[in-house]
Write a protein that binds this ligand. Structure first.
Ligand SMILES: Nc1ncnc2c1ncn2[C@@H]1O[C@H](COP(=O)(O)OP(=O)(O)OP(=O)(O)O)[C@@H](O)[C@H]1O
Length: 239
């Protein structure tokens, strides 16, 4: 698809002596929130790393915003929040964000905006090393929001958050998509799937389905997405 935000063809990735992605192909439309769901170890992080351009791939192509994944031009167009927050514990939230804003050449005004978006305004002057796990995760997410990237790749951004904060973050993802940002969000919590416009269901390195939540329920004749996923597994579905 010429206007896909992400286009993947025949992707195969080996990590160590294991093939962890096998013949993965998909197109992600711009301005959507796509949930990448599947059990622990199925290859979600590896797929996200391939899109961000930090994963060595054995075969296939990954095109992001019309460029090969990992291209220099994509650096400021793509925001990536890894599962393990990689930000400095001895800086405050505001100091870390000012630092990353300078590195990314994002406007200074972005710092307050992204801190507010992840609901950390009251903790802006707290040291990152003293934040709770959920607060650290949100500080990490704030870094990915700097510079208003066109594509946001978020690896399990809601892990460890209480239901209210999870709900607020999904609200934020929806608002960003409504303004044209493309979001790819991994999760292994099925109850988050219903918040996504599109779902990519993954198992053992393969994609089983790519559909809207409603479409998956209709196709499988199941009342909820967890059961839809199980039905697809039982039927041996493959994209
Ligand atoms: N550095 C590595 N070297 C070798 N194998 C790895 C490496 N990192 C991950 N793997 C393996 O690749 C497979 C996919 O891992 P990946 O992290 O992509 O899964 P995931 O779906 O994101 O899991 P989780 O939901 O637990 O984060 C797993 O079997 C894992 O053990």
């Amino acid at each position: 698809m010429a206007n896909s935000a992400v286009s993947i063809q025949g992707l195969r990735v080996r990590r160590g002596d294991r093939v962890v992605l096998r013949d993965v192909s998909c197109e992600i439309a711009p301005g959507t929130v796509t949930g990448l769901l599947g059990p622990s170890g199925c290859g979600k992080t590896t797929l996200l790393r391939s899109i961000v351009g930090v994963q060595l791939v054995e075969a296939g192509t990954v095109t992001v915003l019309g460029r090969p994944a990992g291209s220099r031009e994509l650096r400021r167009k793509l925001g990536y929040a890894t599962q393990n927050p990689a930000i400095y514990p001895d800086l405050t939230v505001a100091e870390a964000l000012r630092y990353f804003a300078a590195v990314l050449r994002a406007p200074k005004s972005d710092v307050d905006r992204v801190i507010a978006e992840v609901d950390l305004t009251d903790h802006a002057d707290a040291l990152i090393g003293r934040l709770s796990g959920g607060q650290r995760g949100r500080a990490n997410l704030a870094v990915a929001l700097l510079g208003e990237p066109e594509l946001l790749v978020l690896d399990e951004p809601t892990v460890g958050l209480d239901p209210v904060l999870r709900d607020e973050l999904w609200g934020l993802f929806g608002r960003l998509a409504a303004h044209g940002t493309t979001l790819l969000v991994s999760s292994h919590v099925m109850d988050e799937a219903a918040r996504c416009g599109q779902l990519l269901l993954m198992r053992e390195g393969r994609l089983l389905a790519h559909d809207e939540p409603g479409g998956l329920l209709r196709r499988t004749g199941t009342p909820d997405l967890e059961q839809a996923f199980l039905r697809l597994i039982r039927e041996g579905a493959l994209l």
